[in-house]
Design a protein around this ligand. Structure first.
Ligand code: THU
Length: 139
């Protein structure tokens, strides 16, 4: 696992900060921005998009992953997530599982007050379900 450079962390946090402004969160009032770095150095962003049918709301992290995959991005190197929480919020369980699909990525948790915390997907979701299990069915 390659770690993020300080410059990459700054770029990711800035991008997550900016996209957070576009969050559609009229029900919770909790805006989230996420920025995902690929191996080509490109950043892919996502914000949370809520719905009047609450269960249809989509998280920022999963939107960032979907946006990246849709443009053919590969080799994800890390993700930043910006919220207003103190301490900075960690990704929800569903987003942890989606991120785990792409490896033990560094996850920069940041908030609008300037706090930062570096974690990894494997730490956030130990013993994740992974594709390897699909091929280990006896019989
Ligand atoms: N949310 C995210 O965007 N990412 C997470 O990992 C946790 C929660 C969003 C979903 C909803 O729009 C709002 O935050 C409150 O749960």
């Amino acid at each position: 696992m390659r770690e993020l450079t300080d410059e990459q962390v700054e770029r990711l946090v800035a991008a997550a900060f900016a996209v957070r402004e576009r969050a559609h969160a009229p029900y919770s009032g909790f805006a989230v921005g996420a920025a995902l770095l690929d191996s080509a150095g490109r950043i892919h962003v996502g914000c949370n998009v809520e719905n009047a049918s609450f269960g249809l709301s989509i998280c920022a992290e999963r939107n960032a992953v979907a946006a990246a995959v849709a443009v053919g991005a590969e080799g994800f190197c890390g993700i930043a997530v910006v919220t207003s929480s103190e301490p900075p919020a960690t990704p929800c369980g569903a987003c942890r599982q989606v991120l785990a699909e792409f490896g033990d990525l560094p996850v920069v948790l940041a908030n609008v007050h300037g706090a930062r915390r570096l974690m990894h997907v494997g730490e956030l979701l130990p013993a994740a379900f992974a594709g390897g299990f699909l091929h280990r069915t006896p019989g």
